[in-house]
Ligand binder design. Structure first.
Ligand SMILES: Nc1ncnc2c1ncn2[C@@H]1O[C@H](COP(=O)(O)OP(=O)(O)O)[C@@H](O)[C@H]1O
Ligand SMILES: [Mg+2]
Length: 267
């Protein structure tokens, strides 16, 4: 059904209703997402947690219009996504959404500045000078201006992720989707990356971030948890992680929080 009225009130950026995602391989059906309904308000910072294979990346791929649900409805910014053709989806993705991945996903034979400029190549309304200016601005923002002409392989993991964040930001998207952005980084670089993401959120972007790290989930306003494709918890992060942000979460309490998230009773 594509003619549903938009149920989203003004402050809602994302509205999912009954989202299902199935993968078929060798006649085996994997249900990656099962009846997921979720609203995310404009400007919110939401952490997505849950054990490996529970559907977190599948959820982000659908939120980011990289993949389509098998069933259910998705309204982004009041627009019913299933009514859009491929071109309109690509345009919306390019204008509204920035992605950050665990594995950075930079293009190996493009320089840092050319990687960052990529999302702007679909913006014919921007002049060459405007593109250059935007690239320089975001590279300065992530403190990577001095590496503009390097290739990704010449950078550390932390530097590559900062470049990937610059690429996500260059189009000035309203929604940032980050899938385990600190997963491949040491704690110092992870903190730098989290500082950047928090800054972007502070400037008004909506941030939805998959993370296994309770220290970083604690920075979000809200944590939603998936288990076997189902949304099993949706609560203020402060209720799950009641410690000050600066102090590390001891392993025992991290495990308790993870166990709490994994259990359907957490509802
Ligand atoms: N392209 C795919 N083809 C088949 N199965 C997939 C595909 N992508 C994900 N899955 C399966 O869907 C489930 C959820 O995967 P995923 O969303 O990647 O989980 P997570 O990000 O939480 O680790 C897993 O069982 C995974 O094996
Ligand atoms: Mg994943």
């Amino acid at each position: 059904m594509t003619s549903s009225p938009n149920p989203a009130p003004e402050q809602t950026l994302i509205c999912l209703q009954g989202i299902r995602k199935s993968f078929l391989s060798d006649e085996l059906e994997t249900r990656a997402l099962d009846e997921v309904s979720l609203e995310i308000r404009r400007g919110e910072f939401v952490a997505v947690s849950g054990p490996s294979g529970c559907g977190k990346s599948s959820l982000l791929a659908i939120l980011g219009l990289l993949d389509s649900p098998s069933a259910g409805h998705y309204w982004l910014n009041g627009q019913a996504v299933e009514q859009l053709d491929n071109r309109a989806r690509a345009l919306l993705r390019n204008r509204q959404i920035g992605f950050v991945f665990q594995a950075f996903n930079l293009i190996a034979d493009l320089t840092v500045q050319d990687n960052v400029a990529l999302p702007l190549s679909y913006r014919p309304e921007l002049s060459r000078a405007e593109r250059r200016e935007r690239v320089a601005e975001v590279l300065a923002q992530v403190d990577m201006a001095h590496r503009a002409r390097h290739l990704p392989a010449q950078l550390s993991g932390g530097q590559q992720q900062r470049v990937a964040i610059a690429r996500a930001l260059v189009g000035q998207p309203s929604l940032i989707l980050a899938d385990e952005p600190t997963g491949n980084l040491d704690s110092r670089n992870a903190e730098l990356v989290m500082d950047l993401l928090q800054k972007v959120h502070g400037q008004g972007a909506t941030l939805c971030m998959v993370t296994h790290d309770p220290r970083y989930a604690a920075l979000a306003q809200r944590t939603v948890a998936l288990f076997d494709g189902r949304l099993v918890a949706d609560m203020p992060s402060a209720a799950l992680y009641p410690r000050p942000l600066s102090s590390p979460v001891p392993a025992s309490s991290a495990h308790a929080a993870a166990a709490k998230l994994a259990m359907p009773e957490a509802l």
